[in-house]
Every structure is written in structure tokens, then in C-alpha cells.
Design a binder for this molecule. Sequence first.
Ligand code: BGP
Length: 497
Amino acid sequence: MYWGDVFTSPLFFCYLCLLKLYSNGRKMFHKNLKNFPKDFLWGASTSAYQVEGAYNEDGKGLSVQDTKEVIKDTPDFNVSSDHYHHYKEDVALFAEMGFKTYRFSISWVRIFPNGVGEVNPKGIKFYNDLIDELLAHNIEPLITMYHFDLPDALQQKGGWSNRETVDAFVNFAKVLFENFGDKVKYWLTINEQNMMILHGAAIGTVNPGAKNIQKELYQQNHHMMLAQAQTMKLCHKMCPKGKIGPAPNISSIYPATSKPEDVLAAQNFSAIRNWLYLDMAAYGRYNAIAWSYMVEENIEPTIEEGDMEILKGGNPDFIAFNYYCTATAQESRIEDKGAKTSGGDQQISTGELGVFKGAQNENLQKTEFGWEIDPVGFRTTLREIYERYNLPLIVTENGLGAYDKVEEDGTIIDDYRIDYLRKHIEQARLAITDGVELLGYCPWSAIDLISTHQGFKKRYGFIYVNRDEFDLKDLSRIKKKSFFWYKNVIKTNGEEI
Ligand code: BGP
């Protein structure tokens, strides 16, 4: 038999198939798992307006979250979890869980009650005290500068539609670097900028009654990008040891079927949901598909001279992202009726006529609040982002919103939350084994807090806060079952989950 015959023989073909199967198998299942890195940043997240309360204390101004119309059957953000007055107790509990980091946001209006102008010294003091408390417990602060709470005074002047807000933000960032830059290593610019553009009505950054504002929103987006790029540059100049990155909400998008048109729809959705934001943050350029979409819809922003140079100057050190679940898309034909985007929230998109149509994923279960649960999609998302940008990643949100119940003996048995987090941590470890550089994992949320639009009843924390929707009770803190579970996860560096 000649070599030529060997290569064309059925036996050789079988060998090739086996080899392929074996290597695919290894890629999906790995024989040996890599460990979480030694200095992995285990922690959890909150945001200022959702956890702090004290909405009008110590010189704080009002943000758009304080002034927005309160959603029916949900509370306002005036008291939230009253972390402002309980921060020492809360940090002690975080330390007890073994947190290596705590991701929280700074309320812009505590520092600048009007967004610009006079600095409020009591605001600086609160965050200095919080940072010192964390450092005293060996917890690395991971600070979001802006989490949905634009100063209302700026909103009155046009908010992000007004280019002056870019300067106001950069000035705010400068004051943060001046005051906390020597103590804080990890900074996040803007939380979920993509969700403020796509679902601003649900999260309260856009007036729900506003019509035809797409063009304005993409102009706002452009301004936020400019603010972000300048802030990243400033961080590198002012805080030589500082590291900074964006924090959008990123999800893999599946095509509903293998129909090529569905694949296109998934790519469309991914371009306008994910890559528009990260391509700009990482490469300083508009994603081509997203840009064409905006031009065709006549909603593209005006780019002034010099803007693209500014945008190129950002250079993040890492990419932080929030992940709750994947999304699924199918083709949407222009002639289809009823596919136009309306409502939805961070994880539920109905679609956009001629671009994509949101679809259910029959393979996934849902939370009590209708968000799909997809741990494997967490791995695909981690892989996609890392492959695309080659920057270290930090997960700044991931978690399960549920109705928790206090048992008669005072315990809270949140096995469903443990199950959700366990499966995601498992996938994070697989992604690390795949080669993804993951620096940290911060589930949402460290402690119960108010959801963006579904009230206090939608709880996420490891720590229960004893209050209801409208009855503030005693606001005492109770450790849930997940508290003890996560403590052990951190103690064993993710070995025991
Ligand atoms: C993210 C936000 C958080 C948080 C979380 C859970 O989009 O960054 O602020 O609230 O989602 O969402 P929700 O509160 O709507 O349940």
C-alpha cells in the first residue's frame, strides 16, 4: 500500500474523525482544570443609589434616580438599604465573607451636589471613610464612577445631550483621582452605558414618555464615550498605579436556529448591544455594523473635529462587564409587523424591525423575574470578549434576583441563588482553563438593595436587609445561607463550590 492510499483509506478517515472528536471534547470538557489565580479578586457589587439611602443628607444633591417618577408598587430610593449609616457593619460582614474586593459606586451628587461647581466635603469624607474601612479589612476598593445616577442639575441642562456634561464628568473624575487616587487601584468609568442607551426607560435614565429620541440617545452615547476616554487617559496620568476600564453589560447572542438569516440577526444584535460599546472603549473606533445601522436609521451622532483622536486615547487596562444571561435573536424582516423595540429591560429585548427579533431560548430556564439562566453562556461570553480584545477581564455583576423568605427560625435558605452562582463560577473556571485572563468575580449584590425597576422584593444579596417594599422595619442585616457558602468558596479560592 502506498502513502497516497493510506490518506484516502476509510480507516484513515475514521482516525481523523476520532481525532477531531477527541480534540473537541478536550476543548469543551478539559481533563484538568486550571485553578483560579492566587490573587483572584473575589468580591461582590452594589451601586450608590440602590444601597446607600440618606438621599438628602450631608449636603448630597439630587440625582435623576431621586427625581424620576417612582414606578408603581415599588419604593423610592430615599432609604434603600441605609448603607450610608450602616457601612461599618456592612464592611465587617463583607470581611467576614472574606471579600478581596468590594465593587461600589460613588454618588456624583454627594461629591458635586449640582454636578459641577463646589465640592461637598462631607461627600468626600463619606467615601474616604468607606475606603479606609475597606482597606483596614484588606478589601480592595473597586470603584464605579457613575452608575445610572446623573446629577439632576445636569439633567435639567440637557444631561448627556449637552456636551458640557462631558467636561463635568471629567472634572468629577479628576476630583475622585485627587482625593482617592493614592488608595484606590481599580476604577470603572460608567456602569452599563449600553443599557442606558437601549433600556434607559426601564432603569430610569430616560423619561419613559419620550418619543423618537434614538438620535439623541446615540449623541449622548458619543458624549459618554468621549467622557470615558478622557477619564481613562486622566487616570493613567494622575494615578500611575491605577487601573481603569469600562463596565458594560455584555452577553453572547445566539441565533434562534442555524438559519443563516438568524445568524445575521444575532450578529446585528451583538453589534448594537455589545461591540459598539467595547470596540469604542478598547480600540477607539465605531463598530462598522453598528455604525451602518445608525446611519441607515438616521440616528448617527455628530462627530466633531478632534473627537476621534480623543476616543483613540482611552486605552483601558482591563474590561469589566456585567453578565446575567445570554440573548437569542432571529431574523426580522422589514415587512414584519410588531417587532419594533418597546419596553424590555437589561436582559429582555423584543427586537428592532429589520435588524433582529428577540427570541426565547427553549434550552434555558428562567428566574422568578423572567430572566433566562445560562451559565454556559457566561463561558461563551468570557471567551468572546477575551478573544476580541485580549485584555484582562473582571466580572462586575452576575446574580439571581429572587423573592427570599425568612423562615420561622430566622434563617434564609437561598439554595436557588447558591445553585445559580455555583454554576457560573464553575463556568468561569472553565473559561480560565480555556485561556481567558480573569482577574475577579463580583456577583450582584453584596447585600440586598433596590432593583432598578422591580423594587426591594427582587433580592440579590448574600446579606438580607430586614425591610419590605414600603415598611422599613429595623433594616437589620441577616446572613443568608449563600453568605456561608460564598465564604467557603472564597476561603478555598473556588476549589469548593
Ligand atoms: C444591572 C445594573 C444593576 C442592577 C442589576 C440587576 O443592569 O447594573 O444596577 O440593578 O442589573 O437588575 P435589576 O435591579 O433590574 O434586577
